[in-house]
Design a binder for this molecule. Structure first.
Ligand code: ARG
Length: 476
């Protein structure tokens, strides 16, 4: 959408008085007042929601006998025309008309005359903006849910193809136990599932209509708020008019869910950076999601992953910003609340592009099984399996077995080999009861295959959980 903007010259003559609220004013606002007050540069993003809300309101006013159906028809027609003008970039947005609500209403008056001036009956900009913003956040939630489901599918596809590929699992970024690449990827499918759950929860609480709450106290006109709520897809009208115009916790919940989701994406992005580094080489990222260096010809930088890693900065910032704006704000509406939108818009945009870029990186990445296996040669990743063997086969208490396994690790470390490379005699030098059947049980493949507990890394278990995840998250 191409926004056309006009700014009024600094003047305070009568001609600049607002035709919408200027009744008791002798002169218009100063240029500075206009500049600090105007939100049209960003709240024009609410135009579709504003038009939908006005149409629903006009229909209700006519149905309740508050305006004529001829006026209602004219309002609908005019609003339809305005939607087209905005979509085609022909609408001239004006700073002096403050916000999207007054820009549209003023244009409506130009187009249809008197009926436009009846539209604001039994309504205020306070319930209007709360309605528009809720509808916008609801759309954003739906778009994000869709994008997150797509990312889950990308992860599941990769995990399915790599359910047997062994790699080191880390704690403290130190080699811990062998896992499979598919298992590791599925961890993020769970996280994203909870993220989607948080957005869905927020959507349920959000879905009450503020429209018709008017300025703060309701209205003396015989309106039907249930009707407008239903027309706009809300579950019900908000039950208290003062709360309806003051509530911005739907925006806070959206930002909180977005912040947590962005933090999850940043953890994954950091893993992509680590895995694709020269030192690890577990994966390579595609040309499509990396950039070169202007000076070092050999470089392939994971810029997209780094930017996803950074995005929580602005999204958490938006959450903090709005929490601070709302803190201590008395009921009902205060102009402070106009500061609610830019952070939400930016957070939604930032999260949207972070999800899309991460999904692209997942689909494109190539896993490097040789590098993963080579990394498993270091760090004694099957030391726990050796301890488990002594518990299972020799009846040792786990703490003793842990100690004996640690002593064997020390022997292997002194020799510069993995514990799998030690002879039976070397193992028995620490724990004489170890039997020849230990041979083969210390390989990374058998360590992974043995972890068949629910949610464990054994390939068959991973495949079972993949099937279950598809169902649980509605991805089939
Ligand atoms: N642009 C305003 C906002 O975003 C609309 C509501 C204005 N209401 C008022 N009473 N001044 O908050």
């Amino acid at each position: 959408m191409v926004a056309k903007m006009t700014k009024q010259k600094p003047t305070s003559n009568d001609a600049t008085k607002s035709s919408i609220w200027g009744g008791r004013f002798a002169s218009g606002p100063s240029q500075l007042m206009q500049d600090i007050n105007a939100s049209i540069s960003y709240d024009q993003r609410l135009y579709q929601q504003d038009i939908a809300g006005s149409k629903a309101h006009a229909t209700m006013l006519a149905a309740c006998g508050i305006i004529t159906s001829a006026d209602c028809d004219a309002i609908h027609k005019g609003l339809g025309q305005i939607a087209i003008e905005i979509e085609q970039g022909k609408f001239v947005f004006s700073d002096s008309l403050e916000d999207i609500h007054m820009n549209i209403e003023s244009r409506l008056a130009e187009l249809i005359g008197e009926p436009a001036r009846r539209l604001h009956t039994a309504r205020s900009r306070n319930d209007q903006v709360a309605t528009d913003f809720k509808l916008w956040v609801r759309d954003a939630i739906d778009a994000i849910d869709h994008a997150l489901a797509d990312m889950q599918i990308a992860l599941i596809d990769k995990a399915t193809n790599h359910a047997d590929m062994v790699m080191p699992g880390f704690t403290h970024l130190q080699t811990a136990q062998p896992v499979t690449f598919g298992f590791h990827l599925m961890a993020y499918v769970e996280m994203l599932g909870r993220d989607r759950g948080r957005f869905a929860d927020a959507r349920i609480r959000l879905n009450e209509s503020p429209l018709g709450a008017a300025a703060l106290a309701g209205t003396s006109f015989p309106t039907d708020r249930h009707m407008t709520a239903a027309a706009l897809g809300f579950d019900r009208p908000a039950a208290n008019a003062m709360d309806a115009v003051s509530d911005r916790d739907f925006a806070l919940e959206f930002l909180a869910a977005a912040a947590i989701c962005a933090v999850h994406l940043s953890r994954f992005a950091e893993e992509l950076v680590i895995w694709s580094s020269d030192r690890f080489g577990f994966i390579s990222l595609s040309d499509a999601f990396t950039t070169g260096s202007s000076i070092m010809p050999q470089k392939r930088n994971p810029d997209a992953a780094e930017l996803v890693r950074a995005k929580p900065g602005r999204i958490i910032g938006a959450l903090n910003g709005l929490l601070i704006v709302l803190k201590g704000l008395p009921l009902a509406y205060g102009k402070d609340m106009q500061e609610d939108k830019e952070g939400v818009f930016d957070a939604a945009d930032s999260l949207g592009i972070a999800i899309a870029a991460t999904t692209g990186m997942i689909r494109d990445l190539t896993a490097k099984p040789d590098a993963m296996l080579a990394a498993l040669q270091q760090g004694f990743p099957t030391a726990t399996d050796l301890a488990d063997y002594m518990v299972r086969e020799l009846g040792m208490p786990f703490r003793e077995a842990h100690h004996a396994s640690g002593a064997i690790v020390a022997t292997a470390a002194a020799k510069g080999v993995d514990i799998e490379a030690l002879s039976l005699a070397e193992l028995q030098a620490v724990e004489p009861r170890i039997k020849p059947d230990i041979i083969g049980q210390l390989s990374v493949a058998s360590a992974v295959a043995a972890r068949t507990s629910f949610g464990g890394t054994a390939p068959d278990e991973v495949r079972a959980r993949i099937a279950d995840a598809k169902q649980r998250f509605g991805l089939e």
